[in-house]
Design a binder for this molecule. Structure first.
Ligand code: 5AD
Ligand code: SF4
Length: 442
């Protein structure tokens, strides 16, 4: 297939999570392998792929407004539009209606068909959304990574948890796991190419099992830690139910695993967690946090919070605020609940008024902003190790990177240190990032 799309230029627009970003890198890799070239803007391409997210209603709406923008481009030039990812899986046939201007639709399990589709006539509108029960392995060197320093490595896909609000089990299907040997080979390849950090990805990453040996997630962590040039290893997303004490102990024992964890709480109220079908209570969650902090006192924790879930009373909401005050997360992602098709919770009465959801969201965010300012204030004067990812996007005279806790650090440096670990003295901060100056490594 190599070379057959050599006259084609393409552009990929990605909505949603890290898994989608990783999929887009693989889609770009598939197209480049077939000879196509990546364009910087949709206006300059013959093919536009929109990788979509269905997790919240707002994310889905973004797709439709983007398709409206693409319709303007389509009026001026011949361009093919493909919609892929979670909305494609869910609303594929509807997306092929003429008014949306979409030429083909591929679900998250069907990207491999891209070159074949592009070989057929655009007039034959194509849709593929069948799931397979097994992991589709891809060639080692496939992904066209956005960064040359930090790489996403997908290790599992899908979710068997069926939290009552969540559409993911319906868009990504049931869990399937990538063979451990294939993951390690890819990590070794990334190490040879000079990558310093990897992020192991999966919707429910801690339930990983090697389909061949039955090896567990801690086995996977240990195997990737043995890959020499890789220095920092992260993973997401963890479900508190599947995040075991053994995983915590592995993190503590392995120096390369960053002391950082994203552990979605969703709600601080046990009664809401029960209706969300999360299988843990507020106490269980706090116990896990306490255990983690006993093992790794400096661990950096982040979380997801949903406000306004059906039946969430003011008192329940206060419980979420109380957990935020107690844990003092490094960062949170907070959302207004929106009912999603096919989910259990979509049958519940969406009884928290929109205005009240917005008020609660604003309150969560204001509290968290205050916590982050206080956390950051305490870091001024300290020296932190930062992996420099390159020049800062908005302030190109600065460099930008992340510390082990996954905090954004923008800093001054006399020379280009992209791709290196550097020491930065913290001199200032905002709620969402730290500022500093690079100091010599002693
Ligand atoms: N409404 C609001 N937020 C949601 N999330 C998932 N489903 C919904 C929904 N229906 C949030 C959860 C999840 C994150 C990726 O998106 O917090 O962890
Ligand atoms: Fe959705 Fe729950 Fe699975 Fe996460 S664990 S993807 S919230 S169903």
């Amino acid at each position: 297939m190599s070379g057959e799309l050599k006259n084609l230029t393409f552009f990929v627009r990605t909505f949603g999570c890290q898994m989608n970003e990783s999929d887009s890198e693989r889609i770009a890799g598939i197209l480049c392998r077939a000879g196509a070239k990546k364009a910087a803007r949709p206006e300059d391409s013959d093919l536009i792929i929109v990788n979509t997210c269905a997790v919240r209603k707002k994310a889905e709406e973004k797709l439709f407004s983007y398709l409206g923008r693409l319709a303007q481009i389509k009026k001026k030039k011949l361009v093919q539009v493909g919609v892929v990812g979670c909305v494609a899986q869910l609303r594929g046939l509807e997306l092929l209606e003429k008014k949306f201007g979409v030429d083909f639709v591929l679900g998250p399990d069907n990207y491999g068909e891209l070159p074949d589709i592009l070989r057929t006539s655009p007039a034959d509108k194509h849709i593929s959304t069948a799931w397979s029960a097994e992991w589709h392995d891809t060639p080692l060197d496939l992904a066209l990574h956005e960064s040359t320093v930090s790489a996403y490595v997908p290790v599992m896909e899908g979710c068997n948890n069926f939290c009552s609000y969540c559409i993911v089990p319906f868009t990504r299907g049931r869990e399937k796991y990538r063979p451990l040997s294939s993951i390690v080979e890819e990590v070794e390849d990334l190490g040879r190419k000079g990558f310093k950090e990897i992020q192991l990805l999966g919707q429910n990453v801690n339930s990983y099992r090697d389909p061949r040996s039955g090896g567990s997630f801690p086995d996977l962590l240990r195997a990737t830690c043995r890959v020499e040039p890789i220095e920092w290893i992260r993973f997401l997303t963890s479900h508190p139910k599947n995040f075991t004490l053994e995983i915590a102990e592995t993190m503590a024992a392995e120096k390369k695993i960053c002391r950082q964890l994203h552990l979605p709480l969703q709600s601080g109220a046990t009664s809401v967690l029960e209706r969300m079908r999360r299988s843990y209570t507020q106490e269980d969650y706090l116990e896990k946090i306490a255990f983690l902090r006993r093992l790794m006192p400096d661990i950096s924790l982040s979380t997801d919070i949903i406000v306004g879930f059906p039946g969430e009373s003011e008192k329940d909401f206060e419980e979420s605020l109380a957990v935020l005050r107690e844990v003092r997360f490094t960062n949170i992602f907070s959302f207004r609940y929106s009912p999603r098709p096919l989910t259990r919770a979509s049958e519940f009465k969406d009884d928290v008024p929109g205005e009240e959801k917005s008020r609660r969201l604003a309150e969560v965010q204001a509290l968290q902003k205050q916590i982050q300012l206080e956390n950051h204030g305490r870091k001024v004067g300290s020296v932190i190790k930062v992996l420099c990812l390159g020049p800062a996007k908005k302030t190109p005279h600065l460099y930008s990177g992340r510390d082990e806790g996954y905090e954004v650090v923008n800093f001054q440096s006399a020379d280009d240190c992209s791709g290196s670990f550097v020491n930065v003295r913290v001199t200032g901060f905002g709620p969402y990032s730290l500022y500093g100056e690079r100091i010599p490594v002693s």
